[in-house]
Design a protein around this ligand. Structure first.
Ligand code: GAL
Length: 974
């Protein structure tokens, strides 16, 4: 496998080994080198070589973070909070740590299934006609997640933070029974400082997340649940804040560069702390370019910024073709050791938008060849593993796409790692157009998180807002732009307008670059009226295609792939690109969309459930638009692809429209060796012939300067006889994270891809797990999870996660009735997993006790504490002995619990660790244990089966010197 190392130039030839025709690939000798391998199916496009390390490890190397993706328990549906009654319960429920219902620390989740993240529960929901079309006819609803967490006693005093990458959609998070965060966007991260509430050692912590995915922020499929990574950061008390490094290179007017590094430090210790902040810049080969150090003093519970600067006379530049990444390692040094550390990948590049000549990267004009993309994929919904994102982005790279607009919200940070590494320009988009403080915080978070990235080249504050042509809209954007610029003055602010740009006061007056969604007819008029305002398409095209279909059939919800079907508000792919390419003042295109997505199945509704807009389908299989744009967007490598396929039985003699998608100068077409005609290529419209159908071999030869440079063949195939499985990679990492899609197709007796096959296929895997399936058919209602999928127009996709640990091979098998089965084996490479938080078995703890005042005489176990008496007895926690109030050596400890279901059914035990003092343990009026010595001892008592609440009472006598009590945790064993 050829690795694509950060900083290495993308090898165009690796990227574009051509010869992939619709049905049969024919390598062209001389042009691009030939390959002896069997031609890949139409779905398996040549792409940049896969990553050689997990994308997760790219941007921020943070040795103090652990992955917290495993061991979550999940409940589908809401769990109403209990109706609280009575003074005692009301009083207690109002206190810190005393969340009720499913948020309670001790809630019984023993029958909730255990799941791993990323998790999108909506992806497993059936298609339902009564659900919202915009969300892909999937019910989203509510869900709960719970996880027990054990913390190392060595972490006492450390700064502990939970980091949720993204939760769809509204989330409430509890830690140890206290609400610690509300998050009102499915696209923002949530960072939760849990330090003050944390429990260590054998004591358990509880993380609970209630997710309201009923709430919508968009009109596309948004998924549901904890669909991005969760991390636990464990840092020194004196540490670098999350997203606390700003290191974005700047070029001085004399051409020299500096990397200004601003580091935000925190200190949760009780005293002011001094530290040294050190930043080291390394080049792509790991050689140190420069180091800077600065001392800092941070007051307790305060933050402080330290500023450094590293000069770099002549760095290697980052660009879309050569995405050279340097690294900045920031270390916090205290008392001769590294207290905290982060390594960021950065890139040196300049950006400039010119009102007349468009976008310039590193002072060279670059036409933006962008695609808009939502964040879901076939089979997995929005829970797209990092490796699958890497694959998707390499698909876009193979298309010649150089820019991405992640519509219409912040994308996962790991995706941006891959964009930095692969060389994409990213329009980073804010979701909610709202200037109130909560929402401005979302915008600030976005800028703070992404402002070091070479890929991010614009901030978009909104998409198509009705207020765009009003003074209110203008004022809002002015404020949002100011918020962005206070954090990042190097990238322009834009907004995607679909109207209002000619209103007397409008948003175009408040942005640096005006974004047009559609409005092709207004490009010239707007430019004439605003000759100094840079302009880009922020969204264009919106044309419908069904992959592999060549005739529109409204009744069956099929759209032809010839590029004849624009949306009313859009244009064909050909027209959209032409109007942008011909206007130097329009910085570029953002085609709606690169990939199909669940939801928004315009121009249809039920039974269609996913979109028709994609250049690729929901699986990333190319539609005709892929070959069209590829031939328009890539110049240096000759490309030629013939469409459609050549299997038209019953249409003999009838004309078939044949298109060549090519960037050569002229194309000669033959059918079964007989000339059909030669065309000079217009790259906007592309050569088209009407060819009377005869089965056989249709062949196109492309010429530049009169010399053959490319060739493409489509052939009539025989009936399918065998299945074929094609992985993207022959090796995978056995780290429990790595994922890849396999393409499944059917071949005829001569091994040729059969483009019309719609067979039902079943799959079985060893050494891995199938996490999703798809075939790109927007009308399909097959489940996207399981082990079956029909081919759709010849193709389907199976997404497989490799096992970690000792697994050394993954084998996928595909079976279809009447066909030879296919088997594909990939090697699993021993790879250490990312450092992760081990799964903690859920245990019912009994942490909260009431303790009576001391008495001289042994009290009765039946002693009553009135429900409204909150003051006579102490509130104590197991493991933290408090001396009883009053005089005397005896006191009572009492707790109430409802055993979890397995114990209710079968009975169990209560274990009291390190009980100090002598006395008795009573449950529900029965004495179950007697302790005769004063010294700490562990007591175990039986807990009989049965439902309902139990009352546990300890009568304890101290020796008069050491207070008696619960010196350790108390918990229920099954
Ligand atoms: C735009 C919108 C996109 C998508 C698209 C479909 O108006 O910004 O999110 O809905 O239309 O053509």
């Amino acid at each position: 496998m050829t690795g694509l190392r950060s900083g290495s130039a993308l090898d165009r030839r690796t990227l574009l080994r051509t010869g992939v025709a619709a049905s049969v690939g024919v390598p062209v000798a001389g042009a691009l080198g030939s390959t002896a391998e069997a031609p890949p199916p139409a779905g398996a496009l040549p792409m940049p070589a896969p990553r050689d390390a997990l994308p997760l490890r790219a941007h921020v190397e943070d040795p103090k973070r652990l992955l917290l993706d495993h061991g979550w328990r999940f409940h589908l549906g809401d769990i109403p909070m209990p109706e609280i009654r009575g003074h005692g319960w009301s009083y207690n429920a109002a206190k810190a740590g005393q969340a009720q219902g499913a948020a309670a620390m001790q809630y019984d989740d023993s029958d909730w299934p255990e799941i791993d993240l990323p998790h999108d529960w909506a992806a497993a929901m059936p298609f339902d006609e009564t659900a919202n079309v915009s969300q892909g006819y999937r019910r989203r609803g509510f869900g709960w997640y719970r996880r027990a967490l054990r913390l190392d006693p060595a972490d006492r005093g450390a700064f502990l933070e939970l980091q949720f990458g993204g939760i769809a959609t509204n989330a409430t998070i509890w830690f140890n029974g206290s609400v610690v965060a509300h998050n009102w966007s499915g696209y923002t991260s949530v960072y939760v400082d849990i330090t003050d509430l944390a429990r260590y050692g054998d004591d358990l912590n509880s993380i609970v997340v209630r997710v309201d995915a009923q709430t919508m922020e968009g009109w596309w499929y948004e998924g549901a649940g904890l669909y991005r990574h969760v991390w636990l950061a464990r840092r020194d008390a004196v540490h670098i804040a999350t997203d606390g490094i700003h290191a974005d290179p700047r070029r001085a007017p004399d051409g020299s560069w500096t990397v200004p590094v601003t580091v935000t430090l925190g200190n949760i210790s009780k005293a002011a702390a001094t530290a040294t902040v050190e930043a080291t810049l390394r080049d792509p080969d790991g050689r140190t370019v420069g180091t800077a150090r600065v001392p800092a003093t941070i007051d307790p519970l305060k933050t402080k910024s330290a500023t450094l600067s590293i000069a770099v006379p002549a760095p290697r530049l980052w660009s879309i073709d050569t995405p050279t990444l340097y690294s900045v390692q920031t270390r916090l040094l205290r008392d001769g050791r590294v207290a905290d550390e982060r390594t960021l990948r950065i890139g040196f590049r300049t950006l400039r938008f010119d009102a007349a000549t468009g976008f310039h990267l590193n002072d060279r004009p670059v036409k933006i060849k962008g695609t808009c993309n939502h964040q879901d994929h076939a089979g997995v919904g929005v829970a797209v593993p990092d490796a699958l994102w890497d694959w998707r982005l390499r698909r876009l790279k193979a298309l010649g796409c150089n820019a991405i607009r992640f519509a219409h919200a912040a994308i996962a940070t790991e995706v941006l790692d891959a964009c930095d590494r692969l060389g994409f320009l990213v329009m980073s988009e804010n979701r909610n157009f709202n200037t109130s403080p909560d929402y401005m915080k979302q915008l600030e978070w976005l800028v703070r998180r992404d402002r070091n990235r070479p890929s991010v080249f614009m901030w978009s504050v909104f998409n198509e807002e009705p207020m765009q042509g009003t003074p209110a809209g203008y004022e809002m954007v002015r404020r949002m732009s100011a918020v962005v610029k206070a954090l990042d003055d190097s990238r322009p602010v834009t907004a995607a307008m679909n109207g209002g740009m000619f209103a007397p006061v409008n948003v175009s007056q408040a942005v640096d670059v005006v974004g047009f969604n559609y409005q092709r007819d207004q490009y010239d008029r707007f430019h004439a009226a605003n000759p100094t305002l840079p302009l880009t398409s922020s969204e264009d095209t919106s044309a419908f295609m069904t992959r592999g279909a060549w005739k529109t059939d409204g009744a069956s919800h099929v759209m032809s792939s010839y590029d004849d079907e624009p949306a009313d508000w859009g244009s064909t792919h050909r027209d959209g690109w032409k109007s942008i390419a011909e206007r130097p003042f329009v910085a570029g295109a953002f085609v709606w969309t690169g990939f199909d997505y669940h939801g928004e199945p315009s121009p249809f509704e039920w039974p269609s459930a996913s979109s028709y807009f994609g250049i690729m389908d929901l699986c990333g299989f190319p539609k005709m638009a892929f070959y069209l744009h590829r031939a328009q967007w890539i110049d240096d490598v000759p490309l030629l692809d013939l469409m459609p396929h050549w299997n038209w039985p019953g249409r003999e003699g009838q004309p078939v429209r044949v298109v060549a998608l090519t960037n050569v100068e002229s194309v000669r077409l033959t059918l079964n060796g007989r000339p059909v005609g030669e065309r000079t290529v217009d790259r906007y419209t592309m050569p088209v012939w009407s060819v009377p159908y005869a089965p056989g071999r249709l062949e196109a030869i492309g010429y530049r300067g009169g010399r053959e440079v490319a060739r493409s063949v489509v052939e009539t195939t025989g009936a399918p006889v065998a299945l074929r499985l094609t992985p993207d990679r022959r090796t995978m990492a056995a780290d429990g994270e790595d994922v890849q899609p396999f393409t499944i197709d059917a071949v005829d007796a001569r091994g040729r891809h059969v483009p019309t096959s719609n067979l039902d296929v079943s799959f079985a895997v060893t050494g891995g797990k199938i996490i999703g399936l798809g075939n790109g058919d927007p009308v399909s209602h097959e489940p996207e999870q399981g082990n079956r999928r029909r081919l759709f127009n010849g193709l389907a996709q199976v997404i497989v996660r490799a096992d970690g640990g000792d697994a050394r091979a993954l084998t996928l098998r595909a079976d279809a009735t009447g066909l030879r089965a296919a088997r594909s084996t990939v090697r699993l490479l021993a790879t250490p997993p990312l450092p992760f938080v081990p799964v903690t078995p859920a245990t019912q703890m009994i942490p909260d006790w009431r303790q009576s005042p001391a008495s001289a005489a042994k009290p009765s176990p039946d002693i009553v504490l009135a429900d409204n008496d909150m003051n006579s007895w102490l509130f104590v926690r197991a493991g933290e002995i408090q001396p009883a109030q009053g005089t005397g050596t005896w006191s009572v400890l009492r707790a109430r619990l409802t055993p979890h279901r397995p114990v209710q059914a079968k009975g169990g035990r209560i274990r009291f660790r390190d009980v100090v003092g002598r006395g008795e343990v009573w449950i529900d009026g029965r004495r179950l244990a007697t302790k005769t010595g004063f010294a700490p001892e562990t007591i175990t008592v039986p807990l009989p089966a049965g439902q309902g609440e139990r009352v546990v009472t300890l009568l304890l006598e101290s020796d008069g010197r050491v207070p008696s009590g619960l010196g350790g945790i108390v918990f229920v064993e099954q």
